[in-house]
Design a protein around this ligand. Structure first.
Ligand SMILES: Nc1ncnc2c1ncn2[C@@H]1O[C@H](COP(=O)(O)OP(=O)(O)OP(=O)(O)O)[C@@H](O)[C@H]1O
Length: 261
């Protein structure tokens, strides 16, 4: 995982007026990104206001994960800017973005399998454990165990022995331990049974109601519409539609492509 600082952003790349108008939110402008010659994103603009829950809907391979990696600082875009809470994050490393309040729950979970559940959660708070232990870490751990009682039961188990749903809960809990102001969730329903997906989305609704801004990606539009207020539709690396969940859920093209109706 690249952790070194990536190229510094051009001065003032996120216009102050735009950043100010979004207050504490996320402002993404003109992101072009890909992998060498393989161009995936072609000028993506999105916004998430403070405390808002937004979904990026898209089928397989449309570039959702590529955008999330650009937002989290794991992939350097060819062009474009990422602003959050009025600050330009474009040139910052992934670790620096965590310090700015942006946490990613990656696609495929990526929990630390040889470590226990509790050790995984503490890893999410590593910036608060060293050089001096933040006394609030214990209270945050208790809060995560209250949200996910199953993780409390399994706190001494190795993460590699958890089910897929439990690993997803752990990945979310680990991200929350950094006390983010924006949570990026990349396809939290992937590979999970419908009952477990319901459980995960109930938690996402709860943490959203507690005031955390959320940007999630999903192929599962039905569940997303019930969870977020606004959505963007990403197709072949471009935003082709956006609006309230209500509006998009009623759009015949969206229904046909993402709801199978
Ligand atoms: N490391 C990589 N190197 C080269 N191409 C990649 C890499 N990662 C992804 N791609 C390609 O980039 C395109 C977009 O992939 P991305 O993972 O962003 O899509 P996605 O919308 O998240 O889809 P999925 O739901 O399958 O994860 C795909 O064609 C994919 O094959």
């Amino acid at each position: 995982m690249p952790d070194a600082a990536i190229a510094p952003a051009p001065e003032g790349a996120v216009p102050a007026s735009t950043a100010a108008s979004l207050g504490d939110g996320l402002v993404v402008r003109g992101i072009h990104a890909g992998y060498g010659e393989m161009r995936v994103l072609h000028g993506v603009d999105i916004e998430v206001a403070a405390g808002e829950a937004v979904c990026l809907i898209g089928a397989n391979g449309m570039g959702k994960t590529t955008l999330m990696r650009c937002l989290a600082g794991l992939l350097r875009p060819y062009e474009g800017t990422v602003g959050f809470a009025g600050r330009n994050l474009t040139g910052l490393s992934a670790a620096a973005r965590v310090r700015e309040g942006v946490a990613l729950v990656p696609e495929g979970r990526h929990v630390f399998k040889p470590m226990t559940v509790q050790e995984n959660l503490e890893m999410g708070a590593y910036k608060r454990l060293w050089p001096r232990r933040d006394p609030k870490v214990a209270a945050d751990l208790a809060h995560i165990y209250e949200i996910f009682p199953r993780l409390k039961e399994r706190r001494t188990s190795l993460a590699g022995t958890l089910s897929g749903g439990e690993q997803q809960m752990l990945a979310i809990g680990r991200a929350l331990m950094s006390r983010p102001r924006l949570l990026l969730l990349d396809e939290p329903s992937m590979g999970l049974a419908p009952r477990v997906v319901q459980e995960i989305f109930a938690v996402i609704r709860r943490i959203s109601a507690e005031g955390l801004a959320i940007l999630l990606t999903e192929q599962n539009a039905r569940m997303a519409f019930r969870t977020v207020s606004r959505c963007y539709v990403l197709s072949e690396g471009q935003i082709i539609s956006e609006g309230t969940s209500e509006k998009l859920a009623a759009d015949p093209a969206v229904k046909a492509a993402y709801l199978g109706i």
